[in-house]
Design a protein around this ligand. Structure first.
Ligand code: NAD
Ligand code: DAU
Length: 352
């Protein structure tokens, strides 16, 4: 009998993107759909105060994308979603992400960032996913000295988190690591520095300052304004995550950074200049954040040398592009800066 050789059927990748209605998750979904990959994306989000369907609404007509409202702490919903859509890979962006809110109350941080990650790991393991990528942060390493610019966070830097937010992210990283060593799960971890770009919730430094200035309000600079962050455009972060998901070695951690250290005064000056506002009228120094990490800086040589990723966007043009996005999308942030947000703003800044 004549035998016909059939080419093997290549299973389509189906990726569960948790926290997909937030800042970085929605930019990740947007990037993958734009790059025209042959895959299905299941955007999974609890829609907390930070989750916003407006971040995804223009993408939902794309048949490669489905949205499911759900909590990563709810094992039954996570499992039924993954079974129903045949999820083969997980990228976990879902988190409580704002340091200042973790100082007001750490409960939701431990719940989502630690318990939620454990639930996702367990369900993913029981369903035998082929990859699990944990989106973590450089804040798990703690803080760096200002007077030693040559010292940066490497993947070998010991974990030393200083805020309830970073402590909860570090705990999640430890769980992810343990599922590799104990169960041989195919896990990957990325640790990125500060992101900026479109769709960032206006509680974080850059969108808060830009939108306050458009509203004619002052911008609250913590302490002496000399804390340093390593700023990276969000699309670069998303491309780095995609690179690690495709080329990373299981069980490894990859640092992601922009090699772009700036202190908060400098960021503020850039924003003021671009928006035609004056320092004297617009800047208000306020009481410092408790436990405020002084400096973050990423050594991203591992991801560059082993996986070939490097940032593509330059800060001086990407920051202008970002400011212009908030200028052209006033409705997006004005809808957020009302109701609950105003109560938060009052609590965070009124007594400072
Ligand atoms: P974000 O706060 O904008 O978005 C978080 C999203 O997670 C929201 O859509 C929210 O609704 C969702 N979410 C929260 N709890 C959930 C739960 N229990 N179940 C399902 N969904 C839930 O945060 P972001 O800035 O986009 O950060 C995304 C991830 O990247 C986080 O894990 C954060 O730690 C990490 N990270 C952020 C930065 C940064 O500069 N923003 C840098 C490095 C790493
Ligand atoms: O480094 C990665 C981390 O970056 C992420 O893991 C976090 O999710 C993300 O929120 C961000 O944390 P930061 O605390 O660095 O970001 P934030 O925008 O809150 O603050 C940036 C700097 O600006 C920090 O030094 C505090 C300062 N700041 C912030 C706010 C909101 C001010 O001076 N005034 C402000 O009103």
């Amino acid at each position: 009998m004549h035998q016909v050789d059939c080419p093997p059927v290549k299973a389509k990748r189906t990726i569960l993107v948790t926290g997909a209605a937030g800042f970085i998750g929605s930019n990740f979904v947007r990037l993958l759909l734009r790059q025209d990959h042959d895959l299905k994306l299941v955007a999974f989000d609890k829609l907390t105060y930070a989750g916003n369907m407006a971040n995804l609404s223009d993408l939902l007509s794309d048949e490669r994308l489905v949205f499911v409202k759900g909590d990563i702490c709810d094992a039954a919903t996570v499992e039924s979603t993954m079974r129903e859509h045949g999820v083969s890979e997980v990228v976990n962006f879902a988190a409580e992400s704002h340091v200042d809110r973790s100082i007001l109350g750490s409960g939701p941080f431990v719940q989502t960032n630690v318990v939620g990650t454990q639930v996702l790991l367990d369900v993913s393991r029981s369903l035998g996913v082929s990859k699990f990528l944990q989106v973590s942060t450089d804040e798990v390493y703690g803080t760096l000295p200002e007077d030693k610019p040559e010292v940066k966070f490497t993947e070998e830097t010991p974990l030393a988190p200083n805020s309830p937010y970073s402590a909860s992210k570090a705990a999640a990283d430890c769980l992810v690591r343990s599922y590799f060593h104990t169960f041989g799960m195919p896990v990957l971890t990325t640790r990125c520095s500060n992101n900026y770009g479109p769709y960032q919730f206006p509680e974080k430094l850059i969108p808060l300052f830009v939108t306050n200035l458009i509203e004619g309000k002052q911008v609250p600079l913590y302490g002496d304004g000399l804390n340093v962050r390593d700023w990276l455009y969000v699309e670069d972060h998303c491309e780095a995550i995609w690179t690690v998901l495709n080329k990373g070695k299981f069980g490894e951690v990859y640092n992601i950074g922009g090699n772009n250290e700036l202190n908060n005064r400098t960021i503020t000056e850039v924003i003021l200049r671009e928006m035609g506002a004056s320092w004297e009228k617009s800047v208000k120094f306020v009481k410092d954040r408790p436990g405020h990490d002084r400096r973050y800086a990423i050594d991203a040589s591992k991801i560059k040398n082993e996986l070939g990723w490097e940032p593509r966007f330059r800060f001086d043009s990407a920051i202008v592009q970002t400011i212009n996005w908030y200028r052209s999308n006033e409705q997006w942030w004005r809808d957020i800066k009302s109701g609950e947000y105003l109560k938060y703003y009052q609590m965070q800044y009124a007594q400072r």
